[in-house]
Every structure is written in C-alpha cells, then in structure tokens.
Design a protein around this ligand. Structure first.
Ligand SMILES: [Fe+2]
Length: 286
C-alpha cells in the first residue's frame, strides 16, 4: 500500500511532544557518536559509497532523541547489509529509506531494507509515479526526531527528481545540507535524455530550488566519479561548467553530450519503480 502525502502534512517520527525542543535532548555530541560540527550536535551524518555505480548513500540520525531515529537517502541493493549493520552498530532506529529519484544506474535498496526491517517506510516523490509507502512533493517535511528534511521538486534529470534539504531553524544543522540526487553533481549534473528528462526543466529547477539556498549550503550528490565528496551552493554557482552558463548554452551542452545508452536502465528503472524488486510478487513490500 502507498499513500499520497499532501503538501501541508509533516511526517514526524513518534516522539512524545513533551520531549520535543527539550534542552535535555541536545546531547548528541556526548553520545560517543561522531557529528560533523558543533553546530550539528543533534545530527549524526555518514556518507557511504557504493563503488560499482559510484553512488553515495547518506545516513542521517537525530542522536539527541532517545530512539535515535534515522533515515537513509539513496540506499543501493548491493550495500544494504553494510548499511543496516552500521545502523545497528550505532544504535540507531531506521525509520525511512528514501530515494531522490528513480535511478537508472543501480537498483535501489529500499525494498530489500523493508524485507529485513519491515517497520521502515519507503519514500519517493509522487511525481516519480513509483510505489512507496509515502509519496512526497515539494514543501513536504520529513521528520526524524526533532530534525527534518524539506522536499524541493527538482525535475529535469528525471520527471520525479527531488532534492532533500535539511531544515531551517535554530535546532537544525548549520550550514544546511542539500541532497541533490543527480540534479546537481559536483562540477556536473545528471543527463537529461531519458526518463522524462529535460535540460530546460533541469536548468530552471537548479536555479530556482538549489542555487537560491545560502551559498554555504552543502551539496551532497547521488554520485561522484572523480573522488569528490561534497561541494557548496556557492562553489557550484562559480565553478559548475554546465550550470554557470546561460540557459541556451546549457541546453546546447546537454544536447551534445553524446553519452552511451545507460547499461543498467532497462533493468534498474522498472525495478526501481517498485522499490527495487525485479520479481513482481514481493511488490507489496514497497
Ligand atoms: Fe539518476
């Protein structure tokens, strides 16, 4: 079963309301778990890599909450066991397995995660026309403990691409973090010639939804092929060789990439529309 998530609805992990905003839960850095900076003491963050598809999977958790609720962005089927083992080692409670879009280069791990941890809910955009427990759209908020991700629609690489951005507010991580999928890659962007892609749409998405974030906002892409791990909005606005150009030049660049047919697309896309399952029977687990 899956259900639409309306624009105004916020998804929040089960937290007693009396515990929210309590100073006694701002103790993440004392838990012996690494965090990225003192401003992010509530957030545990890990960037994980799947080498065959050069995919990044991101683990985020609110370690100031007693349950330590966690989510995974763009898990890959081949590395599900690694990811779940890390979640267990860190004492986290995985609540969401999320995709930025229907991937064409690898099979998502969301369905496999749900077979191993049935309480986990899968999330993808409503615009992707895929199955998931929760379908999100622009403006939705995905809560994990006291932290949240904001959903921004960034179509263009695919019709259903979204960027997940950490929340804005005094207790949210600073600088903000944008999980851009393939909309913005470090010094690049996703191709626009398949899956309802459009270079014009991608250009507008990036300039209106990502380049309007603060310049120090961190960009965490779904892939990197050269060893980069993170960039910033300001850096990509200056140095991205495609997205710094005017729209017409960008469209010309994208129309002349002469890329090979994606070798996994015919297997990965149909599977990823149903949480990564290639056999139709277990699709109920989506
Ligand atoms: Fe992609």
């Amino acid at each position: 079963m899956f259900k639409a998530l309306h624009h105004s609805i916020c998804w929040r992990a089960a937290i007693p309301s009396t515990l929210l905003h309590s100073k006694s839960f701002l103790l993440g850095s004392q838990m012996g778990l690494s965090t990225t900076s003192s401003h992010m003491s509530k957030l545990l963050f890990r960037q994980l890599f799947e080498k065959e598809s050069s995919t990044y999977t991101y683990l985020l958790a609110d370690v100031s909450h007693p349950d330590k609720p966690a989510l995974l962005i763009d898990p890959v089927d081949r590395t599900v066991d690694r990811d779940l083992s890390l979640v267990k080692d860190l004492g986290l409670k995985l609540i969401y397995a999320i995709n930025t879009h229907v991937h064409a280069d690898h099979i998502t791990g969301t369905g496999l995660i749900k077979t191993k941890a049935p309480a986990v809910k899968s999330i993808i955009s409503k615009a992707s026309n895929s199955k998931a427990d929760i379908l999100v759209q622009s403006g939705d908020k995905i809560y994990f403990g006291d932290l949240f991700l904001e959903v921004r629609a960034t179509p263009g690489h695919t019709v259903g691409c979204v960027t997940y951005v950490t929340g804005e507010g005094p207790e949210q991580p600073q600088p903000r973090m944008a999980f851009t999928g393939d909309a913005v890659l470090i010094r690049g962007c996703g191709r626009t010639d398949f899956q309802g892609g459009s270079s014009e749409t991608l250009y507008k998405s990036v300039h209106s939804q990502i380049f309007t974030l603060p310049k120090d906002a961190l960009i965490y892409p779904a892939h990197d092929y050269r060893g980069f791990t993170v960039s910033t909005v300001g850096e990509e606005m200056l140095y991205n060789p495609r997205l710094t150009k005017d729209e017409e030049t960008f469209k010309n660049i994208m129309a002349n990439l002469n890329l090979a047919y994606p070798k996994m697309i015919d297997i990965a896309v149909p599977a990823n529309m149903v949480c990564g399952f290639q056999d139709p029977t277990p699709n109920k687990a989506c």
